[in-house]
Design a protein around this ligand. Structure first.
Ligand SMILES: [Zn+2]
Length: 293
């Protein structure tokens, strides 16, 4: 298995802002970038007094425009270091930690963290899961169960998780655990021919009608494994999330929760290719997110 980047490798690759800008240029335009004005390919020089490049014809290219780095007062290398932290941790990066490591103020650290989380969470389309899929729902964040009388942040949010064994995980924040709610997500994200394992929750009982090879284990009756039927994989995923949210994030509001979940999905889905995490994140950050995300 390839290894994640070490701090020594990071410092070699990204010794200063200019080196980071160069990588951003490459991630965004590739090495074959063609000048919009004269058509020459790959003949760009860094301008000395601004974060931009110029073609021999005088045309300027600004790699940061349209990315979160543009108009940010935080130097590019600090952004890159924050991305490094996010792609090398297992537990997530609390704002306090970013504040300390980057020596920026708390507000800046918090904003950077949320921005990076959004990009970690953003995927155009999750490919549907197949093979053997474990499905489970859980409560995350907040102090209380319930659907909220009083400040929302106090209440736990319901999250549905679907994980393909040896494959990807997909999570969604859901309003309730009614059959129709769960089925809508499962039908969208799990292939019909999949084998599906869940707990005994009643809302899963009709999955067979859609063609799923569904069986449940009865946690209520202390049955956790029957043959290859269990939900240990998705529960392992939940425990990573819960430990980090409890341990490092004071509280996560329900409308921000999908970004935190997305962060953990990203790491889970690339867990066998840690070397791809940083470049994948950099490629995503070199674009703008849709405004409704
Ligand atoms: Zn040119």
């Amino acid at each position: 298995m390839a290894k994640p980047m070490t701090i020594i490798e990071f410092m070699k690759l990204f010794p200063d802002d200019d080196a980071c800008l160069e990588h951003l240029f490459q991630a965004r335009f590739g090495s074959e970038y063609k000048c919009a004005r004269c058509g020459d390919v790959g003949l760009y020089k860094k301008l000395t007094n601004m974060p931009a490049y110029t073609c021999s014809c005088g045309e300027h290219v600004h790699p940061m425009v349209g990315t979160p780095f543009y108009r940010s007062h935080t130097p590019l290398q600090k952004w890159f270091y924050a991305m490094y932290l996010f792609t090398t941790t297992r537990h997530g990066v609390p704002a306090k930690e970013l504040q300390r490591q980057l020596s920026v103020n708390y507000k800046t650290a918090y904003r950077m963290g949320m921005q990076i989380r959004k990009y970690l969470a953003y995927v155009d389309a999750d490919p549907p899961l197949g093979g053997h899929v474990e499905i489970d729902e859980t409560l995350v964040g907040g102090k209380h169960s319930g659907d909220g009388k009083g400040p929302q942040a106090q209440y736990k949010t319901i999250v549905l998780g679907m994980v393909e064994r040896n494959g990807d995980v997909i999570t969604r924040v859901i309003p309730n655990v009614r059959r129709k709610t769960l089925e809508a997500h499962i039908l969208k994200h799990v292939k019909r021919e999949a084998k599906v394992s869940t707990d005994e929750l009643h809302s899963y009982k009709r999955l067979w009608m859609y063609g799923y090879d569904h069986e449940s284990v009865n946690h209520f009756l202390k049955e956790y494994v029957r043959g290859d039927r269990h939900t240990n994989t998705i529960e392992g995923f939940w425990s990573i999330i819960k430990r980090s949210i409890r341990g490092t994030h004071v509280h996560v509001s329900s409308h921000r929760l999908p970004f935190y979940l997305g962060e953990f999905e990203f790491r889970w889905n690339l867990r066998r290719h840690p070397e791809k995490m940083f470049p994948t994140l950099l490629r995503r950050l070199s674009t703008s997110l849709p405004t409704d995300f």
